[in-house]
Design a protein around this ligand. Structure first.
Ligand code: BG6
Length: 452
């Protein structure tokens, strides 16, 4: 691999920080755990907007806010070259008064400086499923244009503050996941009688503008900055050779590509424009100009699984194994995804998430996660093949550096990290950090910059 290849890992504020008393609430703070139910509430939170008593795992995370020095020292021991994390907007702006919280800004100064002390390149996501709850309550999130204005204030503050030390900026985590989790990604509540699809498309319109605002702001403040947006790389296969299944697959792919199409080409593809028109979303010339002039420098992508498009509905792929959480395991799908993406956009690609979420157990004080090593190994091999195919991949960041609260279930026991965190699903545990076997495996890989 090239010497400057970014071997690294990712985390997000809403899943790891805690430090709840010193910040405003985020959208995920008010969603309880639940293997089946959490996903429903991440789409539309219903009664949880009233915050009934219960256990809310994101409020505590794994206390990275308190432990960041120890955590970063472990990452340095692993040899990470990059760490992607999200700044919590609700730590920087506790409300919409326009006055930033200096204490919050200083916290990220400390995190960035600590990373740089060990030559770990900080990569910032401006929103990773963790937008401020006050934005939902006052403006209904990205369904309102006012949120773009507030986003601009927020990002101007952080880009001016950190641009001397942070080169890569990612606007949003998995913008296309808004298709399923409108509240978590768009911050919008659909009121009775409203058309959900219209709210989703309005949020999409405004988020795409906000993305362009970040590109413009970064480039104006410092022309050396590189801006990306993360999309969930979710390729699908047609279940059969029938035209119906192919059409379903095409529709599914478009529902994901539509965001990247706009952010990379700077214009709405006909199929997306048509959909916007159908729902009465209004375009204005200034917006189109902003999009055209401010396109992404690179594409950030997560990759976990593939899906099947079938006229039979939601079915699993019989050719693939699954994780205990029902996610297909498809390393070759990663090579396919990278090639398709590069063929379509010809922009550098940074893999910003890839990993295995599963149960781990401690034996004699250690975690022997050979299954995670195998999973990552197979995916990295496919990434290397994609690079041999000619795809410009500039980095590979796993999910996640250490165990964090899972997004979909809110569980701690669905673990992805190289570093085990002793916290249980009910919030108990010592918070002790224990490097897993995969920690040492990744350390060796990074050291020799080679995968066998
Ligand atoms: C990605 C998210 O979609 O998948 C992460 O960016 C998330 O926030 C990761 O944690 C794994 O998903 P989950 O639901 O297993 O935590």
């Amino acid at each position: 691999m090239k010497d400057n290849f970014l071997w690294g890992s990712s985390i997000s504020g809403g899943q790891c920080e805690g430090g709840y008393a010193s910040r405003g609430e985020t959208v995920v703070d008010i969603i309880p755990q639940g293997k089946e139910t959490r996903k429903i509430y991440l789409d539309q939170p219903g009664k949880y907007l009233q915050r009934p008593n219960g256990f809310y795992p994101s409020q505590k995370g794994v206390e990275f806010h308190e432990n960041y020095k120890e955590d970063i020292a472990l990452m340095a021991d692993m040899g990470l070259k990059a760490l992607r994390f999200s700044v919590l907007w609700s730590r920087i702006y506790l409300d919409d008064s326009g006055t930033p919280n200096e204490e919050g800004l200083e916290f990220y100064d400390c995190v960035i400086n600590e990373l740089l002390k060990y030559n770990i390149q900080p990569i910032i996501t401006t929103i990773h499923f963790d937008m401020p709850l006050w934005l939902v309550e006052r403006y209904n999130g990205f369904s309102s244009r006012k949120t773009i204005e507030l986003y601009q204030t927020y990002i101007e503050t952080i880009v001016k503050r950190y641009h001397d030390r942070v080169k890569y900026w990612i606007s949003f985590c998995e913008i296309n996941v808004m298709n399923y989790f409108l509240y978590m990604v768009g911050g919008a509540i659909v009121k009775e009688g409203e058309d959900k699809n219209k709210t989703l498309l309005q949020c999409a319109y405004n988020k795409l503008l906000a993305n362009a605002v970040l590109v413009k702001t970064c480039h104006e403040i410092d022309s050396s900055l590189k801006v990306g947006c993360e999309v969930a790389g979710t390729p699908c296969y047609p279940e059969t050779s029938s035209p119906e299944d192919y059409q379903l697959m095409m529709n599914e792919e478009r529902s994901h590509n539509r965001y990247t199409d706009v952010m990379v080409t700077g214009k709405y593809p006909y199929y997306f424009k048509h959909e916007m028109d159908k729902y009465g979303i209004e375009f204005n010339e200034d917006d189109l100009k902003l999009l055209k002039e401010n396109t992404l420098d690179f594409i950030a992508v997560s990759y976990y699984k593939t899906s099947l498009s079938s006229s039979k509905g939601n079915i699993s792929n019989p050719c693939l194994e699954q994780t205990p959480f029902g996610w297909s395991i498809d390393p070759k799908g990663m090579r396919i995804m990278l090639n398709k993406m590069y063929e379509r956009y010809e922009k550098p690609i940074m893999i910003v998430e890839n990993g295995l979420g599963t149960y781990d157990k401690i034996e004699d004080g250690k975690v022997h996660d050979q299954y995670r090593i195998d999973y990552l190994n197979q995916h990295i091999k496919q990434m290397k093949l994609a690079i041999k195919d000619g795809v410009d991949v500039i980095g590979y960041l796993t999910w996640s550096a250490f165990d964090v609260v899972s997004t979909g279930e809110g569980m701690m026991s669905k673990r992805y990290g190289f570093i085990y965190v002793d916290r249980n699903d009910d919030g108990s545990g010592t918070l002790k950090r224990i490097p897993k076997d995969s920690f040492y495996w990744y350390k060796d890989l990074i050291k020799v910059n080679f995968i066998k």
